[in-house]
Design a protein around this ligand. Structure first.
Ligand code: GN1
Ligand code: MG
Length: 360
């Protein structure tokens, strides 16, 4: 835990509009450490974040990506008559002009705190799911003509071939000896290996284009306004050139889940068809114009694919000794695995019978 005075010292390394009076922790992120910064004589607030150097190997490039993408988004938002300070993140430079501050191998960044906005952990109305779909569709549409450079800071992020290579290594090492306790779950992963690799081959064959996408589109990463519309996409660490269907699939994991991502009661978890359809309708209303026929056809399987990937990643981290995702209690990654597997089965039952055309 950082002391308040150290956090204030870090905040003061940035071009803030005043002197920090208080810095306190915010939210529940699995990866970075996030704080709110308040100023002595101003109502303006900021978000201070320490980026996870274990996970992000090249933070300067990642921050350059975020800078480039938010600059582009600000132009699009302004052209459309929107508010660029509320509808996308605003990076505050450090005193040396860089979009981050580095000290002792730690990397920090600051963004403007967006006031009067709401966040959700799950969607409880079809309208919210519809608006979530519109939000991610709009985000992708605004980035459709982004021409700048983006460094692939997370190679293989949603590439299941790469995830299986990590998986095979983790199982071979079995550093915690936990593999023997989760044989049934391992078998669930293995039984789907051919289908998942088949879908990835279909993507890799070039049938699905690379676009500029978010890659971490759970509902908690979106800010909503008081009318229930998506105001701003948060957490841009994973913005990369990737297939846009991954954003759709990842959204379904939270928007259409009747339970929680880490629900301790697996029976709470299933895919709500109503929420799925509402999200899809919203997404197509904004993305329908640029999606190709192949992308459109691959949307249902993308929900299977990304949910499967999440089951694999949570179980892999459990077997690996909980080194990637922050946990709140000893078996948290196992609980997450079981809950996401329930969701996967429910998505498969409801969506797969009609959507196997690209799986061998
Ligand atoms: C992480 O950063 P956060 O908490 O939004 C993870 C995602 C997972 C998600 C599971 C960089 O997202 O890929 O889907 O947890 N981000 C990274 O909730 O690994
Ligand atoms: Mg993230």
């Amino acid at each position: 835990m950082e002391t308040g005075s150290r956090l204030k010292y870090i905040a003061e390394r940035f071009c803030l509009d005043g002197k920090p009076s208080e810095v306190r922790p915010l939210g529940d992120g699995f990866i970075n450490d996030t704080y709110v910064v308040e100023l002595e004589n101003s109502a303006l607030r900021y978000i201070l974040q320490r980026k996870n150097t274990g996970i992000f190997q090249n933070i300067p490039e990642m921050m350059d990506n975020i800078q480039a993408v938010t600059t582009h988004l600000k132009r699009k938002i302004t052209e459309a008559g929107g508010d660029p300070l509320k509808e996308t993140l605003t990076l505050i430079p450090a005193c040396d002009g860089k979009p981050y501050y580095e000290e002792n191998g730690e990397f920090w960044c600051v963004t403007v705190f967006i006031e009067d906005a709401l966040t959700y952990q799950s969607a409880d109305t079809p309208e919210l799911a519809y608006q979530g779909g519109c939000g991610i569709g709009r985000f992708q549409a605004m980035l459709a003509d982004f021409q700048g450079d983006l460094v692939d800071t997370l190679p293989g992020f949603h590439n299941i071939k790469y995830r299986f290579s990590q998986w095979d290594r983790t199982l071979a090492e079995d550093s915690t000896g936990r593999a023997k306790d989760v044989r049934g779950l391992i078998a669930e992963i293995e039984s789907r290996r051919p289908d998942m690799l088949g879908f990835y081959e279909f993507i890799e064959s070039g049938r699905i284009p690379l676009r500029v996408t978010h890659n971490d589109t759970k509902i908690a990463n979106m800010l909503f306004d008081r009318d229930g519309k998506v105001l701003c996409m948060l957490d841009l660490d994973t913005v990369l050139r990737a297939p846009c269907i991954y954003d759709f699939g990842d959204s379904i994991r939270s928007y259409a889940n009747t339970g929680l991502e880490d629900d301790p009661v697996p029976d709470n978890v299933s895919m709500s068809r109503l929420m799925y359809d509402s999200f899809l309708k919203g997404y197509l209303s904004e993305a329908g114009d640029f999606l190709t026929e192949d992308e459109r056809m691959a949307l249902p399987f993308s929900a299977v694919y990304i949910t499967f990937e999440q089951v694999l990643r949570f179980l892999m981290d459990y077997i690996d000794g909980d080194r990637y995702y922050r946990i709140k209690y000893p078996d948290h990654n196992l609980v997450r695995t079981v809950a996401q597997l329930r969701l996967l089965r429910s998505i498969e039952t409801q969506l797969l019978p009609h959507n196997r055309y690209y799986v061998k």
